[in-house]
Design a protein. Structure first.
Length: 381
């Protein structure tokens, strides 16, 4: 990497990618302001921006069908222990990931082929092997699974953001706990306006997820979609029964291909099992749509469908309570994120197809390098 003079930089978006970028840039010796609000205390009454990292469970693994995402996953996972050491915050559990689907399906076959080619260790199971290895699962007849035991499991996105923020601040970053309401560029630098004032910087990285295009006032070719997750509170006996449960990716037709997280201890002191997988993509066209969606609390119809799926996949599941949670994802046309400069002073890092939590540290690093002009990536806008 070339050596640059220290610059006064701003990162807008105190989420997974933005907090990671601030950590990397601060450790490089730059003066960094990390701008973004705290998590809303009450979605229904909140009038500001929302994020999708207000949760305790996201699947992490090295495997992905696309080489870019495999590289990003591996790079980020290799730094999990570094982030924890720098912050004192633990956010990762290595419980493994089970990729499972119909034995004759192309998706599950691709997992076996790609993991072998990429050198990602997996354990292969036919339907009888799956039933023996994961006895709590039902409907394994005709199925095939690949279990990824190492560098795989789940992370807490909420705790990862906290860890990145603490580490960035310890490296010298200044935290501005407010939402940006506008960004203006001039010959001398960039002004980021917040409700109480403004922050001046030489350059700015905008990493505000589904809010990015509206904040910039321009389309970059990405669409924001509503997503619903269903959480199921489990009692002590059920948590014990599922003690060996990995994270799961289930292949099948859209709407019948959920991701599933094992029981995870949440801040309320309860263990919640989570899954998601919307049957239909509902676009959120603007900021009003996004805010209305989060305040709505998510789709009951999608949650009902998810509940049917989890009860089929884990027969006899004893659920004490169900919770429905709204989320959003941002999709483009290439399958790659949008990371790169819009101008000499403004760079973006967003658009991650629901893939970013596990590899956000690498995406933030790439966003920081793009801000410094040190990478010209194939996924630049």
């Amino acid at each position: 990497m070339s050596v640059h003079r220290a610059m006064k930089l701003a990162v807008v978006g105190r989420g997974l990618i933005g907090a990671a970028a601030a950590r990397h840039l601060s450790k490089m010796g730059h003066e960094v302001a990390l701008i973004g609000p705290d998590e809303p205390a009450d979605f229904a009454r909140h009038g500001g921006v929302f994020g999708s990292h207000y949760d305790e469970g996201r699947i992490t693994r090295r495997f992905d069908a696309h080489p870019f995402w495999r590289q990003a996953n591996s790079a980020a996972i290799s730094r999990y222990s570094e982030i924890s050491a720098e912050s004192g915050v633990d956010f990762y559990r290595e419980v493994g990931v089970l990729h499972v689907g119909p034995r004759d399906g192309a998706d599950v076959a691709a997992v076996g082929k790609i993991t072998a080619e990429a050198g990602i260790p997996v354990e292969a199971y036919d339907d009888a092997g799956l039933a023996k290895r994961f006895p709590f699962l039902g409907l394994m007849a005709g199925m095939r699974g690949y279990f990824e035991p190492r560098d795989a499991g789940h992370i807490s996105p909420r705790r990862l953001v906290r860890a990145q923020t603490i580490a960035a601040e310890r490296a010298g970053a200044r935290i501005v706990a407010e939402a940006a309401v506008g960004i203006s560029e001039n010959g001398a630098g960039v002004t980021i306006r917040t409700a109480s004032g403004s922050v001046e910087a030489e350059r700015v990285l905008v990493a505000t997820g589904g809010h990015t295009q509206s904040l910039l006032g321009r389309s970059l070719g990405f669409t924001v979609y509503a997503r619903t997750a269903a959480l199921f509170r489990l009692g002590t006996a059920e948590v014990r029964r599922l003690a060996d449960m990995p994270s799961m990716r289930c292949f099948g037709p859209k709407g019948d291909n959920p991701y599933i997280l094992p029981p995870i201890l949440y801040p309320d002191g309860q263990n919640w099992l989570k899954l998601g997988g919307d049957p239909v993509d509902v676009a959120l066209e603007n900021e009003t749509d996004i805010k209305d969606w989060f305040r709505s609390g998510g789709s009951i119809a999608v949650a009902d469908r998810l509940e049917q799926q989890i009860r089929t996949r884990i027969p006899g599941l004893d659920v004490e309570e169900r919770r429905v949670v709204p989320c959003m994802t941002t999709f483009g046309k290439t399958g790659l994120p949008c990371i790169g400069p819009l101008s000499q002073r403004v760079t973006v890092a967003f658009g991650c197809y629901g893939k970013s939590a596990k590899c956000s540290d690498e995406l933030g690093r790439l966003g920081g390098l793009a801000l410094l002009g040190e990478v010209q990536a194939e996924f630049a806008p």
